[in-house]
Ligand binder design. Structure first.
Ligand SMILES: *Cc1c(COP(=O)(O)O)cnc(C)c1O
Length: 377
């Protein structure tokens, strides 16, 4: 099956002999044993396994083109599980503009446990190479990055990681499996915050780690962390993520079309200084993005003329667009990113991040135009 069919029909291949067209929700923490002590369906306790979670995991593995997946209660819980699979003394290289929370997890949680991390500009391959050491066990790539929309060469970074004997892990949240396949470029594991494009409706948190091949030792440890530590999603969370997933191909197509139209409009606006969107021909990595992405996605950022006050003023004037954090939902949301990220942020003070939804592009452009015009009047 092709991607558009797989997001809808993938789960039928893994459902437990159900005839439900929409899968049943298994709201149980525990499963009955047979008289001989066995568990014929393989399910014993929901922290370890639940049919809704298995269905979601196997569907995510299918659509990402991987072999197996582990679902978590959030993208951050999934990220932490990957670092828990390493040990004290190991070294991680991560992008200096990684998702803000990923940097927090490495610097504030795992540094105290002896996991070393260096943060580099992933678009500078010489810098990545220079940061590799013999203790480097994992290279973390996130492309496009957020909120500066830098594009990292997936094939080149996977090669660098493997040349040093390190695991190549891609946070594929911003592109989504609809647009980009890190496994095709040699990555070993993919991380998703399923909260974003996969679920798509701003109503459920979730995360997943997907392995390209079975028998990956690091993934075996991630699975053990999932079972033992238990940062798992509820059966209903899994059901919601799977329901959202069914429309992902359509949503991301529309979001990408809308974002391109909005980015082109903003790039010409007199109150806008700079637009960050890989779909614009002027983006420094436009050609690379065109090679490794099917479309350019629904996320963009722009700097307005002036500073933080002007950025807040523009955000204050939007009407249809919602002022909120997060991304990947059907509704467009705008956010002053630096104030959300907090101390140590590298995000410019006059930057607004826009997650473009599936509304009418004309309405989005009209709303942004009136917000900009009113804010600078
Ligand atoms: C949101 C996000 C995360 C964290 O996911 P949560 O579900 O919020 O914990 C990680 N990486 C990226 C790129 C994200 O956008």
């Amino acid at each position: 099956m092709r991607f558009e069919s797989l997001v809808i029909h993938g789960y039928k291949e893994v459902a437990l002999g159900e005839k439900d067209v929409s899968p049943a929700i298994h709201l149980t923490t525990t499963f009955e044993r047979e008289r001989d002590g066995s568990y014929p369906e393989g399910y014993s306790y929901t922290r370890r396994e639940n049919p809704n979670r298995t269905t979601l995991e196997q569907t995510l593995a299918l659509i990402e083109g991987g072999a197996e997946a582990a679902a978590f209660a959030s993208g951050s819980a999934a990220t932490a599980a990957i670092f828990m699979a390493l040990k004290a003394g190991d070294h991680v290289i991560a992008p200096n503009d990684a998702y803000y929370g990923t940097g927090v997890i490495l610097r504030e949680v795992f540094a105290r446990w002896g996991l070393a991390a260096d943060f580099v500009d992933m678009t500078d391959l010489a810098a990545v190479k220079a940061a590799l050491r013999k203790e480097t066990k994992l290279l973390w790539v996130e492309t496009p990055s957020n909120p500066l929309m830098k594009v990292t060469d997936l094939a080149a970074t996977a090669d660098l990681a493997h040349g040093a004997g390190a695991l190549a892990v891609a946070d594929n949240t911003v592109a989504s499996p609809a647009l980009q396949s890190p496994f095709q470029h040699g990555f070993d594991m993919v991380l998703h915050s399923t909260t974003k494009y996969i679920s798509g409706h701003s109503d459920v948190l979730g995360g997943a780690v997907i392995a390209r091949e079975t028998g990956n030792d690091a993934f075996t440890r991630v699975r053990h962390v999932q079972h033992a530590v238990g940062g798992v999603p509820s059966p209903f969370d899994c059901w919601l993520a799977l329901r959202g997933l069914k429309t992902m191909a359509l949503r991301v197509e529309r979001q990408s079309e809308n974002a391109l139209a909005v980015a082109a409009f903003l790039a010409k606006h007199k109150f806008v200084e700079k637009v960050y969107y890989p779909g614009l021909p002027g983006h420094p990595s436009h050609a690379l993005a065109a090679r490794q992405m099917k479309r350019f996605g629904g996320l963009l950022s722009f700097q307005v003329r002036g500073g933080e006050a002007e950025a807040f003023a523009v955000a204050a004037e939007v009407g249809m667009i919602t002022r909120a954090t997060s991304l990947g939902g059907v509704e467009s949301v705008i956010e002053h990113r630096a104030s959300m990220e907090g101390p140590g942020t590298r995000t410019p003070a006059n930057l607004l991040r826009l997650s473009v939804g599936i509304e009418s592009a004309e309405d989005l452009i009209q709303d942004l135009d009136q917000a900009l015009t009113t804010a600078y009047a």
